[in-house]
Design a protein around this ligand. Sequence first.
Ligand SMILES: [Zn+2]
Length: 404
Amino acid sequence: MQDAIGNNNRDMTEMNRSAVVKILQRVEICSRADLARQTGLSQAAITKIVAVLMEMGIVVEVGNIIGESNRRSIGLGLNAGRHKVIGVKFARNMFAVGVFDISGKIYAKAEETYSPDDHKRAVLTVMKDKIREALKSHEHVVAIGLALPGPYLRDEGRIAVMTQIPTWQSINFIEEFKDEFDLPLFIEHDANAGAMAEWWFGDHERPPHTLAYFLVGDGVGSGVIERGNLLIGFQGAASEIGHISVDVHGPRCECGNYGCLELFCSAPAMLELAKKHVPECMPRGAVRNADFCDSIFEAARTGNRKAYRVVREVAEYIGYGCVTMINAYNPDVIVIGDILSRGGDLLLPTVREVVNRRIIPELNTKTQITISKLKVDPTLYGAAAIATDKVLQMPSAFSTPVDS
Ligand SMILES: [Zn+2]
């Protein structure tokens, strides 16, 4: 069954568990038989998975439902509020802390900006205080997810290249956080987090087989999930598409390579172009790259031809990135997210034009390219999704008595 998201192999229990939770997130109430149909798993496998999820207090029976041919069956629903997670996004000039439950519902969010000149220790202290505040005001938090700019070396706990503010490369995030809270904390790079957010909470017609999340923001990166599993690589730095050379004789990148994609379609790259070609569209006083980019998109939408040309040039490079991702990963879905995705309607026609021109037709027709529709910042949401994913992978580690 090609579209089934479940798998009957015994080693796949973790993925099957998340497949069941994903369905319950979407439909809210469902019978065991429906779950078996939608996942492609056997009834016996579903009974077992549901029993574990009920023991964890994640799934509850919620009365009877009438199914096909008037058959009555027990309805199942998520009892998500009992398992909350904290998502933390650390970015180049800000960080955010959010409290979510494992169905993706957001309970609280706090955001702080910092400057590259601020002392790292001071920034970390404020970040930890915000996490502590969130823990104090919310019960049932079972795990924390932290998303960092990539490439992130997961065994070393360090960001390998943090373009624009390299001083942060010396921070060992594992050491920083390992004894700080009495909860498991999981770290992932931002594009992987975005991919997890799309996988867990994205509104896709059917569960993607291979989902590629294309982050175009202050940096450029990608995260790839095949059948629920993140592509990690040996050191955790797989699918760093932002540092793939699109002009081998181009300018030197901070990573050491030349003509990296990030130099052509990140938010700072678009700002450089805008400064040169449409300085009159640059807002005064704004500090966030997102605000600068919004004003360029706005100018392009209201008929400024020069602003539109800037957007089009950036969109072309996003298109080249998509071509590389299709050739490298053969995804059925590419989701473009982060700052530049705000220009979605302006970008997509050019992105698709580039892909149509350059990709093997048989691959092109099977790849859907979309803009992220998530209402919450995908990196922050993804930090929560990482924690959610881990909770479902290791139920016993997170299980709390149902009556507590
Ligand atoms: Zn580079």
